[in-house]
Design a protein around this ligand. Structure first.
Ligand code: SAM
Length: 226
């Protein structure tokens, strides 16, 4: 059974989260084990972005419970998390407030239009995170929809960090992963795949053993940060 938190263990004054624990709750240590190790992923991203992170606006698309958004919010110029699940967003806001961290969370569908708006919202360099969400876009919408979304995230020289599920992972047929491209990087629009700077940041463990997933950094022009 997937771990959830329907919280009575934190006492009468604590909020009740009815969410799937894909990620751990940031700053909470008294909780069931989450589906994904996330501390290591958050730290990998922070390390790879290096000191440049202090100048960057972080936009976490499909932020789930905000663990990575909040981890990066400690170091970034600003941090925004978007998720379609309003229960996740309620939990994110509560956890941010408990942790005393400044981050904005919104319950929205990730679409090319929303991502385009987010990319124009703040002046200054941006880093978009699309971690384990692109396959949702492909299956629920289409490959073209996911590619349009990625194209919007890469406008204005923004950095994009992708963590990608792979078609070769053996999952129930009902998940629709036969709609994923043969190679995970083919979720990038073909013209971008040809010319973008793409660097692999590492491989992460998943909730679907024995599979690991690649994390990539993509940018259209200037070299990715060290
Ligand atoms: C597999 S989880 C990945 C969470 C997080 N990015 C991570 O890697 O830990 C996918 C998340 O994306 C959200 N999601 C899926 N499709 C979405 C969409 N079209 N718009 C917004 N959020 C979406 C889900 O609610 C879920 O929280």
């Amino acid at each position: 059974m997937k771990p959830t938190v329907s919280d009575t263990s934190h006492g009468p004054h604590e909020p009740e989260f009815d969410v799937e624990l894909y990620q751990p709750l940031f700053g909470r240590h008294d909780q069931p084990v989450a589906l994904r190790h996330t501390e290591d992923r958050a730290d990998l991203i922070r390390t790879k972005l290096g000191s440049g992170l202090s100048d960057q606006h972080v936009v976490d698309l499909g932020c789930n419970l905000g663990y990575i958004t909040l981890h990066l919010a400690q170091f970034a110029r600003s941090a925004i998390g978007i998720d379609r699940d309003a229960r996740n967003i309620r939990a994110c806001r509560q956890i941010a407030s408990e942790a005393g961290l400044k981050a904005t969370f919104a319950s929205e569908q990730v679409t090319p239009g929303i991502v385009g708006k987010l990319n124009k919202m703040n002046t200054g360099p941006k880093v978009f995170l699309m971690l384990n969400i692109v396959h949702h876009l492909v299956v629920a919408e289409s490959l073209a929809f996911a590619q349009d979304t990625i194209r919007e995230a890469l406008q204005d020289n923004s950095l994009l960090i992708l963590e990608l599920a792979r078609r070769e992972e053996v999952v129930p047929q009902s998940w629709g992963w036969d709609r994923l491209p043969q190679h995970e990087l083919q979720v990038l629009p073909p013209d971008i795949l040809d010319c973008a700077r793409i660097r692999i940041l590492g491989w992460t463990s998943t909730h679907i053993p024995p599979y690991t997933r690649p994390m990539y950094m993509v940018q259209l022009s200037a070299p990715p940060l060290d």
